[in-house]
Write a protein that binds this ligand. Sequence first.
Ligand SMILES: Cc1ncc(COP(=O)(O)O)c(C=O)c1O
Length: 447
Amino acid sequence: MAVETAVRPGPLGQAIIARDDETMSGSMVPRYPFVMERGLGAHVWDVDGNEYVDFAAGIAVNSTGHCHPKVVEAITQQAQKFLHIAGTDYYYEVQVRLAERLAGISGFEEGARVFLSNSGAEAVEGAIKLARWYTKRQNIIAFFGAFHGRTMGALSLTASKYVQKDGFYPLVPGVFHVPYNNPYRCAHGREEAACHAHCICADYSEETLFKRLVPPDSVAAIILEPIQGEGGYVVPDPAFVQQLRRICDQHGIMLISDEVQSGVGRSGSWWAINRLGVTPDIICSAKGIASGMPLGAIIAKKHIMTWPPGAHGTTFGGNPISCAAALATIDLIESEYMANAREQGAYIMDALEEMRGNHPTLKHARIQGMGLMVGAELVLDEQHTPAVAVRNAAEQYALANGLLILGCGQSAVRFCPPLMIERDTVQEGLIRFEQSLTQAEQDAGLL
Ligand SMILES: Cc1ncc(COP(=O)(O)O)c(C=O)c1O
């Protein structure tokens, strides 16, 4: 079924984009000329009245969809009571309730303590401070391809695109990057099967780093995304992550799972790392936790988060409205949407597998995912040459065809819709995606 390809944005959208160009920081130029007017569930509308299926969810944030009535109700009720009081100086119950709820879903047998922040980067900053404080060690191991945020500490851990760091050195010292398990593009140039059978990256810290650069007892933490997000929606072999857990246990290193994008049900479990058979020591959460209200969380095993009063704090973190939104969000995810993420995610994976035959850039693509965190890395051939131009064009065609979809990595497309998305909306979105891919492949002379 063909979809009507429209000229978007319309005049109202164009006028706002022109004003944005004049005044907003040039570091944040949106990749997509979509100007939001309103949203409902997994649909959004632009200021010119055009409708879109939302496969992006504001970068995996609108977990319960746009304006879920129960989330809006929770926000409204809290807004009528108070907007802010500062958790560093005063108590409020909605924050305590959320901390209890997050401790309950942490998966930590011993229980958890929680620090609430405003964003993902802040959660990562706090987590590395906590790991340094608890271990009394300085060094941190992170992974190539990782994205942990833009503040100085989080940026130091990030190794996704150099433009994110260029001009900002020196960063936080004591960070060492090592290869991440990705058999599709083995960092050591090995065949996919060999890499799956035994990943050398998993041994890299012990075999190379600890022997040549840093003693293990100087390492405070290993931080990883259990599914690399910005880096391309790469799902590692469970054995790789289990090996990291063993290394951490052996050397007294904290394992930090950055679940900012993959957490709070998106993977089909509360935390993606649990689906890889591993329990971390510290979890960083944000994005989908409050359906779009700004909130981050550091969730740590109880015996680890024992830092003294004043060691870490925040003015806005744990904002009461964000906490109320998070509580409503977690209820909805627990009762319905985590299961839905598994179901619709599996459907999207199957649909993409079926499309392989009709699309040259999907034929040898890496199609991977967990729950509603699915990626398709478009490539031109068996050697996995990235189909960068096709991916970029497909994203722009998608917009014209009424679909919000995001790229990631060099040539991947990510499918991260709201977790409440219904099957018919998934199908409609996939039709629009396939048409966009066809148009991009035709332009490239591949069809
Ligand atoms: C895995 C991961 N960690 C951290 C961040 C930073 O979060 P924020 O943009 O809320 O600071 C992001 C954002 O994309 C992310 O995907």
